[in-house]
Design a protein. Structure first.
Ligand code: NAD
Length: 453
């Protein structure tokens, strides 16, 4: 089986390396020559645990190669996977499909012999059919079938997720395509992984429905955290009490400064647009999107009032052109964590991208550190008034408070003596609830977290 992965980002690179591990011959294609040069030289352009080793082993075994030559790879392949980005469009909530259609047209020109063209990219319902029409229009003689094979891996545990998925979804309406997809995923089928075959629109919608449901769970527990703060309850216990109910489940009930990342924000937005265009609005998801956007800025109010306990929370509406902080001494904050979650260097739609600029706008000085995301963060955040630090203690040096934005393991076990010595005032603002309030307070700190006393 020969496979071409168009796009060697988080999805294309991981799934390509995993298909090679299953025994397929895989060519990873990317239009970014720097990425391909790095991969050819044995490097890996992203941080994903275990990926470097998997790529090295499969490249050495002759089952994995990289190129910028899409035509050559697509010509050879039995299955071509489209794994390019589908970010939110600049002027609407629609998914921007320019990368998908660009790839599809390049594939059309190259097809030789029967080929399955499968989308792994998350695409709106109807995109498979549009790809089919574009390929047909461009290359009427091409012998091909479309499949939708949405990907459910999570950054940070992507290889494990790919190798041990809860299910594989394949949307296809052609028996040859179905056989080819079955044959590629056979090692997982032998592992008794459920394989769900559907029509193409259904497979496309499953991905959005799954992501939006998970995002709703996060949005729900975040609202419960706010309510807990008002009524004096403990959100951690509420989440546990809910999650132990088998009908609900404990996953995605972790309180946070709002979800971010390369998928949930753009996929929730895209589903609201898909639903609106179809005349069947999804009000629940609309509310999740709105509340999540609001939440990130609400976190700034929380940080601000923790640092200025004499002032009331919410006294600085976002966009306020005359922040009161400017008339007194600027506070310095240690920002611990910048990526949207731990074990990735991905900064896309991270809560830090909303929180950090607003803190700066209010006049704070920041000392920032992230174990893997520094390079990406530097490219995306303002440079003025941010000092980039070498570790958590360096970031906390002389700061008025430490703000935990991402729950990296190295922030879970801070040395309290070193922390106290580094901080100018002993204030910890934990927006991931990684500590037990009593323990931190007993170590002599003022501790602020979410949804707990
Ligand atoms: N990142 C995740 O955790 C995740 C999980 C599940 C699904 N998805 C979906 O998978 C898709 C890809 O996501 P990603 O995070 O891997 O994106 P990414 O931005 O990391 O990677 C996309 C890659 O495609 C390349 N590319 C764009 N156009 C190309 C073309 N015409 N030819 C060759 N290469 C091209 C880009 O250079 C880039 O390297 C998205 O639709 C996303 O929603 C992502």
């Amino acid at each position: 089986m020969k496979v071409a992965m168009i796009g060697t980002g988080y999805v294309g690179l991981v799934s390509g390396a995993c298909f090679a591990e299953f025994g397929a011959h895989v060519t990873g294609v990317d239009s970014n020559p720097e990425k391909i040069a790095k991969l050819k030289a044995g490097g890996v352009p992203i941080f994903e645990p275990g990926l470097e080793k998997l790529i090295a082993e499969n490249s050495a075994a002759g089952r994995l190669a990289f190129t910028t030559d899409l035509a050559a790879a697509a010509k050879e392949a039995n299955i071509v996977f489209i794994c390019v980005g589908t970010p939110t469009a600049e002027s609407s909530r629609h998914a921007d499909l320019s990368q998908v259609f660009g790839a599809a047209e390049a594939i059309a020109d190259a097809l030789e012999g029967f080929t399955v063209v499968a989308t792994k990219s998350t695409v709106p319902v109807g995109t498979g059919e549009k790809i089919r029409q574009r390929i047909k229009a461009r290359n009427p003689k091409a012998d091909f079938a479309i499949a939708s094979n949405p990907e459910f891996l999570r950054e940070g545990s992507a290889i494990r997720d790919f190798m041990h998925p809860d299910r594989i979804v394949v949307g296809c309406e052609d028996e040859r395509a179905r056989k080819a997809m079955y044959s590629l995923y056979r090692p997982l089928y032998l592992n008794e992984t459920p394989m769900l075959y559907t029509d193409i629109p259904t497979a496309e919608l499953i991905k959005y429905a799954a992501n939006c449901f998970l995002a709703t769970k996060i949005g729900f527990i975040n609202e419960m955290a706010d309510l807990c703060e008002k009524v004096g309850a403990n959100v951690q216990d509420v989440a546990r009490g809910m999650g132990l109910d088998g009908r609900i489940g404990s996953k995605f009930l972790h309180v946070s400064p709002g979800f971010g990342g390369s998928c949930f924000p753009k996929d929730t937005r895209a589903l609201t647009q898909i639903a609106q265009d179809a005349g069947s609005p999804v009000d629940i998801v609309e509310a999740v999107v709105r509340k999540n956007d609001e939440r990130k800025l609400k976190m700034v109010d929380k940080i601000w009032s923790a640092c200025h306990p004499e002032r009331s929370e919410g006294s600085h509406a976002a966009g306020d052109p005359s922040p009161a902080a400017q008339d007194d001494k600027a506070i310095t904050l240690a920002i611990l964590g910048l990526t949207f979650k731990p074990m990735t260097d991905d900064m896309r739609e991270s809560a830090s991208l909303a929180i950090v600029p607003e803190l700066l706008r209010r006049g704070a000085k920041l000392r920032a550190y992230d174990p893997e995301g520094m390079e990406n963060a530097k490219a995306l955040l303002p440079q003025k008034n941010i000092t980039w630090c070498t570790d958590a203690y360096d970031a906390m040096q002389g700061a008025d408070a430490a703000v935990i934005l991402t729950e990296w393991n190295e922030f879970r076990n801070l040395d309290w003596d070193k922390t106290r010595a580094a901080l100018h005032s002993p204030l910890i603002i934990d927006l991931r609830n990684i500590y037990k309030p009593q323990e931190v307070r007993e170590s002599g700190f003022t501790y602020v977290s979410l949804g707990r006393k």
